[in-house]
Write a protein that binds this ligand. Structure first.
Ligand SMILES: [Zn+2]
Length: 477
């Protein structure tokens, strides 16, 4: 207890301005653990700072997360709340966490880290607010500033992230739901050249392996996050040859939650393909003309391969907001046990609408494209339905799949509504889209609002929660 308190005092001194956030997060976690009864009697202590505290701290942190129902969620937790009981350092897993390998046993903690939670100048952080790029092929995103802390996800070469604090060894970055840490040495203000990836690769070159491998290597494996492999468009896949822009790749993340669902959700952050609007693709695979307007007018046989997207009234590009929401949804899905196929995780991916759709068709169980509409009246969320006009529903693959698309759309709208999101009219709008014209899995373009809708971080959290609720309902989870 004393040791922990001293560590926390040092930490508080170092970053006192975060104390309030930490306390708020701690109270939220405490409330969650109390609400979810059955845990509070065993788990008297909630450790929410990830330091090199070893088994006691990390295991307790795992408890706090499991009390919240998502052992791999890895939400940003810092600070320590002592209620009354302290688990002995280096002892076994406290009751109730068996089978949840979300914490690092003390034996795997490098001894030199014991001193780093204190006054080590390499761990002093300076506040920043800047965009940086990942220079490593795959960079671990960690719960804290230690290679023995939990991996909550990975970033790929060329990904852009917001850095909010800089340290000589570790940077604090915004990732998914909150703030995490990545090795400073692999973050650069300059955008690196990206190279196209092989068709499918499960190889991950993890950048921040500790220098001395041996036993600490195990601790640096993505234990609670998700491993990834990239997926490029295979020209043999159905409809692949209709795509014009496909040198980029999607990334498949496998959930490592205790209970995996065996369901892959494709999360498509709408837009974000440089030059995509100057290429044209067939609106329909059979060459028939579009039956409604949209980005391209009704009657058009060709559509832009992928459009740029709108700009919010406050000047924010739609593609930036769809990406921010996609990352939040990804984190929630992985924590809930879904595998996630991410079409785009940086400002540019060279995959047009057909390439995104075909990759989803072949590698996912549903496809959700995130968009905001171009109206300016905060009209609320809706999904695009397949029009019952001009023979659209008689054309394959629409004919065989439009009802699944609608069922998914209805579930998502119901989930958003439950989360308190404003819904437009009956939550639907007929639209002849390239995405649905080529989809062979349940596939929805969902518009989460429009140019004047709130797209703040908390609004996106609400949207992600609503979408997860809808996805659960659709799959009967
Ligand atoms: Zn859009």
């Amino acid at each position: 207890m004393r040791k922990e308190t001293v560590r926390m005092m040092k930490w508080m001194k170092m970053t006192w301005c975060e104390k309030k956030t930490a306390a708020a997060a701690g109270i939220a976690l405490l409330a969650a653990s109390l609400l979810l009864g059955g845990c509070q009697t065993r788990h008297k202590r909630i450790e929410i700072e990830t330091t090199s505290a070893g088994a006691a701290g990390s295991a307790a942190r795992g408890d706090a997360l499991s009390a919240g129902g998502s052992p791999v969620a890895g939400s940003p937790q810092q600070g320590t709340i002592d209620i009354d009981t302290v688990y002995p350092q280096g002892k076994e897993d406290p009751a109730g966490t068996e089978g949840e390998s979300t914490w690092v046993p003390e034996e795997t903690t490098a001894p030199q880290e014991e001193s780093t939670a204190g006054g080590d100048p390499s761990l002093v952080f300076e506040n920043r607010d800047e965009t940086v790029y990942v220079t490593a092929s795959v960079l671990n995103v960690r719960a804290s500033y230690s290679t023995s802390s939990q991996v909550v996800g990975t970033l790929n070469r060329g990904d852009s992230v917001r850095r909010v604090a800089y340290g000589a060894e570790w940077s604090r970055i915004v990732y998914g739901d909150g703030e995490y840490y990545a090795a400073t040495e692999y973050l650069s203000a300059e955008q690196p050249e990206t190279q196209s990836s092989p068709a499918v690769s499960d190889e991950t070159e993890t950048a921040n392996q500790p220098a001395a491998a041996d036993e600490s290597t195990a601790a640096d494996q993505p234990a609670a996050g998700a491993s990834s492999g990239t997926i490029s468009l295979d020209p043999d896949w159905e409809y692949a040859d209709f795509s014009k822009v496909h040198s980029g790749s999607a990334t498949l993340y496998r959930s490592e939650a205790a209970e995996r669902k065996g369901i892959t959700v494709c999360v498509n952050a709408g837009h974000g393909t440089k030059g995509g609007s100057s290429e044209q693709t067939l609106s329909h695979p059979d060459g028939s003309p579009k039956v409604t307007g949209g980005t391209n007018a009704a009657g058009a046989v060709y559509s832009s391969a992928i459009s740029t997207g709108m700009t919010f009234s406050d000047g924010t590009p739609e593609a930036e907001v769809t990406l921010a929401l996609a990352l939040k949804l990804k984190a929630k899905l992985l924590a809930a046990g879904y595998d996630v196929l991410m079409v785009r995780e940086s400002s540019d991916v060279q995959l047009d609408n057909i390439a995104r759709t075909v990759i989803a068709n072949q590698n996912a169980d549903c496809h959700i494209a995130l968009h905001w509409d171009s109206s300016t009246r905060d009209k609320g969320a809706f999904y695009m339905t397949s029009p019952d006009a001009g023979g659209y529903r008689d054309m394959e693959p629409v004919k065989s799949h439009w009802q699944q698309h609608h069922a998914l759309g209805e579930s998502l709208i119901a989930g958003l509504k439950n989360a308190g999101v404003k819904i437009f009219s009956n939550g639907t709008m007929d639209m002849d889209l390239t995405q649905t014209s080529y989809s062979t899995i349940p596939s929805v373009d969902i518009e989460l609002g429009d140019k004047v809708s709130d797209h703040s971080d908390s609004a996106l959290d609400t949207l992600a929660a609503g979408l997860l609720d809808g996805i659960n309902a659709f799959f009967g989870q």
